[in-house]
Design a protein around this ligand. Structure first.
Ligand SMILES: [Ca+2]
Ligand SMILES: [Ca+2]
Length: 511
């Protein structure tokens, strides 16, 4: 079996060389010596092939826990060998989880000339590193509410990382992304190709491979050659679990590199294809022998071709996932639109607040910077204002008239009472003549008419201006006036009844 495997890999390599020599695209090669992934990430003795780890890091078959959710933990994992290619792409799948609303400290990906110390000060690795750090900083040290943050920091081995400012002055570039407590593992793809560093981030809200988003791209990044890859994490007073599920490295080669570095002459090409043919013949022979020796196993192996075709269940599952992906896209669009609507509503609200403050005679609330609020024209127009003033004048005049009548009525009732009190008997009866009675009746009628006119005028006037009820001071006073008038009217009726009663008594005396 081992021989067949070896033959296969040699053939694959030869094929690759032949094919790649003629292609124009970027050549990619998976670097298994600089990668780890489940299952069997760690072997039975706990070691991870081609990697070494230390500090508080623990490796299992499924993941590497760089730092557990305990206070002041530090751990890291590093490649044993330095890399032997210039350009690369590293895909990291990780989970940072914790019970707290805030976590600490974070996780870092390294590409450095030397492996870091497991007791280092920067997210579980050494300070003054030479190379690149891509840091996933959970904790907001400078309290600027800008964490969790993803950033790249390039160091030449002299700089000390400034934790107090979360590296704000030292970072090459970065993006604000939440990577804690996500339903699916979060992922980062770090690409260094032709001195351009690009970081993509997958926020772990779906398991869809296509959901990577650009975090940042930085050009003219010069990193030292032949560095080590590493991952580290640390906790502080607050703590998260920092688990890395996989790290997959792919080396990248440009077409020029390929044609320049591995130029194959036509003779060599012929020779290689001859070798390839021979290997293939050998392989076929060996396969044939193997089939003769193990007829049962061979049938099983050939059955593996079924794996290339999907079953109904698999197809259904794939369709469900695709559907979910589409739903996710639609939701993202809706989310964007809802944000727009909320923005517009906020704008309207601030405008309304400004108008209300103005109508209350208070200065408008300060508008937040960047928020454009267009002030509308005055809510009460000149026309409304004129109507209001005219109405007030009318009220004042009516009240003056009413006052006059009330004084007159009061004077006459006073004289009536005085006459009745002083003379008495027949003398009192003589003092009250029918003319006076008529005058009294006219006065009462006048008051009634005036009150009716006022009531009519008030109903004819607009009650509301721009939805605000009109209740200026004079109109409120007129209501009190109305009450007074009613009271006076009652008094007059009472007096008249008294007067009538006396007259009747006098008449009885005469007869
Ligand atoms: Ca921090
Ligand atoms: Ca911060």
């Amino acid at each position: 079996m081992a021989l067949i495997n070896f033959e296969l890999s040699v053939c694959a390599l030869l094929l690759c060389i032949l094919v790649c020599a003629n292609t124009q695209t970027i050549h990619r090669r998976f670097e298994y010596k600089f990668s780890f992934k489940p299952p069997y990430l760690a072997q039975k003795d706990g070691s991870v092939p081609f990697w070494e780890y230390g500090g508080n890091a623990i490796a299992s078959g499924e993941s590497v826990r760089l730092a557990p959710s305990l206070r002041s933990q530090k751990g890291a994992i590093w490649t044993k060998q330095p890399i032997n290619f210039d350009w690369w792409e590293v895909d990291i799948m990780f989970k940072i989880t914790g019970r707290g609303r805030i976590g600490a400290d974070g996780l870092a990906f390294w590409y450095t000339t030397q492996r870091g110390d497991y007791t280092g000060e920067v997210f579980g690795s050494s300070d003054r590193w030479n190379g690149l750090a891509v840091i996933f900083d959970s904790f907001d040290n400078d309290n600027k509410h800008n964490n969790p943050y993803i950033m790249a920091v390039v160091n030449d081995g002299t700089k000390i990382f400034d934790h107090k400012s979360d590296g704000a002055t030292q970072l090459l570039s970065g993006c604000l992304r939440d990577f804690r407590n996500k339903p699916f593992p979060t992922r980062a793809r770090i690409e260094y190709y032709m001195n351009t560093l690009t970081v993509y981030f997958h926020n772990g809200m779906t398991s869809n491979e296509a959901d990577y988003e650009l975090c940042f791209r930085a050009e003219n990044v010069v990193l030292p050659r032949g560095g080590h890859f590493g991952l580290s994490a640390a906790t502080g007073g607050l703590a998260d679990d920092h688990d890395v599920i996989h790290l997959l490295t792919t080396s990248l080669y440009s077409t020029q590199q390929q044609s320049g570095g591995q130029q194959i002459s036509s003779d060599e090409q012929q020779k290689l294809s001859q070798e390839y043919q021979e290997y293939q013949k050998k392989l076929e022979q060996q396969k044939e022998e193997y089939r003769k020796e193990h007829p049962d196993e061979v049938r099983d192996k050939e059955g593996d071709f079924d794996d290339w075709f999907e079953s109904d269940g698999q197809r259904e599952l794939r369709q469900i996932f695709q559907g979910q992906g589409q739903i996710h896209d639609v939701l993202r669009d809706i989310n964007k639109k809802v944000d727009e609507v909320i923005g517009k509503q906020m704008n309207s609200l601030s405008m309304l607040t400004a108008v209300y403050s103005q109508s209350q005679g208070q200065p408008a609330q300060p508008v937040q910077p960047g928020q454009q609020v267009q002030m509308p024209s005055l809510p009460i127009g000149r026309h409304d204002w004129d109507a209001l003033v005219a109405n007030n004048q009318l009220m004042i005049n009516t009240i003056a008239e009413l006052k006059g009548f009330i004084i007159e009525v009061s004077r006459k009732s006073d004289s009536l009472l005085a006459g009745a009190g002083a003379a008495g008997g027949a003398a009192a009866g003589a003092a009250i003549n029918p003319q006076f009675l008529n005058e009294l009746r006219d006065s009462v009628n006048n008051i009634k008419q005036t009150v009716a006119t006022v009531a009519q005028r008030m109903t004819n006037q607009p009650q509301f201006v721009n939805n605000q009820p009109l209740c200026p001071e004079p109109s409120c006073v007129s209501f009190t006036g109305l009450l007074v008038v009613v009271a006076v009217q009652l008094a007059i009726m009472f007096l008249y009844a008294m007067y009538k009663e006396r007259k009747e008594a006098q008449a009885k005396k005469f007869f």
